[in-house]
Design a protein around this ligand. Sequence first.
Ligand code: 2BA
Length: 109
Amino acid sequence: MKLVIAIVHDEDAKSLLEELTTSEFRVTKLASTGGFLKAGNTTVLVGVEDNELDRLKEIIGENCQSRKEMVTSPAPVSGTTGVFIPYPVEVTVGGATVFVVDVEDYIKL
Ligand code: 2BA
């Protein structure tokens, strides 16, 4: 069995959860925050049998788009003055960042 941890854009979370539950996956949704953009995102936990993993990855891929976002980054005016001015930088976020972890035990008490 695997635990899939998928970090997805908030805007994709609703359709992803609907599709996963319709497809009879058991899902937990957590509100999370990206360390770089410091913006909200959604972390989805799904426990699956090994033979369901490919289908799960397909559904995540189909429901999560990558997006360009602007982040304001400080740039030094001069290497020695220590003065910083902000400037916009474009980053590509997602579709989904997916971790697949082996599950040692799965019990319900
Ligand atoms: P954030 O940390 O807010 O990162 C948003 C996007 O900013 C990233 O998109 C990436 O394009 C860029 N980025 C992140 N850290 C960067 C850095 N140190 N320098 C330059 N650009 C950087 P994604 O890679 O698609 O990640 C989306 C979200 O997934 C992340 O939000 C974070 O919450 C999570 N994530 C991604 N990789 C992770 C990892 N290895 N461990 C834990 N969480 C991760």
